[in-house]
Design a protein around this ligand. Sequence first.
Ligand code: AMP
Ligand code: MG
Length: 338
Amino acid sequence: MIDTKLLSDNEEDLKISAEFLKNGEIVGMPTETVYGLAADACNPEAVAKIFEAKGRPSDNPLIVHIADIEKLSEIAYNIPDLAYRLAEAFWPGPLTMILPKKDCIPSITSGGLDTVGVRMPSHIVARKMISYSGLPIAAPSGNISGYPSPTKASHMMRDMYGKIPAVVDGGTCSVGVESTVISFENDNTVRILRPGYITKEDLQKIADNVIIDSAILEKLSDGQIVRSPGMKYKHYSPSADVILIDSNYKDFCCYVNNHSKENTYALVFNGEGSNLSVPFFAYGANGAEQAHEIFSLLRKLDDINADTVYVRIPSKDGVGLAVYNRLIRAAGFEVIKL
Ligand code: AMP
Ligand code: MG
């Protein structure tokens, strides 16, 4: 078993992390969204180590991270003008664009697709790791496949200790949920394949039309076309049973109090909880706050051996849509409407 090193964000440690990447190793990398498991996107052996460490299905493609815009045309082609306008508005930041891939991106990185998801992160540590390595960096979320994404170095150490040589500690992720993933339908239309911190309203400032893919809100039916392979898997789930309750606060409290057993907890909005007979955590007052807290709280509920967690359903507006999308998957689409 490898003794995974916890590296700091000082220059010496960042250069060590870049050496690991250049040598075909995988390293835990902080970004503003969540921590990623980073490797040279063009090195199939290095990328294979990511799939192995996460236990990720081989058809679920990885996002490739760059630190300067010139690199975009080295890994993708047929890049529409709209992509450059979106990059101008939202990069560096939590937006991933799906584009036709060049041959330097191996099939293992793209999950067998002929496209590649590209993003330029804003986190200074990610930017330095990418630029010091000089490589396009493939980095999926650094959790064990299916488990909530890591938003702190300690989460990554818990999931990856013994499997990878190092994790770089860049503090708590500011956004807390993964990037918004979009594809291009035509010159002025984009489709949101995965919601994130960059919202539909944000994208509408640059693109004339923004479509929300149906897979974001609903369970895929058998045989339905999957535009984003990650959407078909149960995901973001702690060991505890997560149950979403779609109701007002009063009915939520009645339901939870009547159904509480040992190790039952509740996740409520800020300022709520005093009417509950079970222990509870507040997960924020708006979408951005909820995004920041949600994965950390789901992991904490496992740490305290929660069996069942009843969750107040988040709003689907703005950043709330990203939180809703993660929670319905964490709940295996189990929503109780009162
Ligand atoms: P993660 O790496 O855990 O943030 O997951 C990456 C997400 O981006 C998954 O949901 C993938 O399905 C999606 N993704 C990455 N590359 C592509 C691509 N080429 N086409 C469609 N979806 C992609
Ligand atoms: Mg993930």
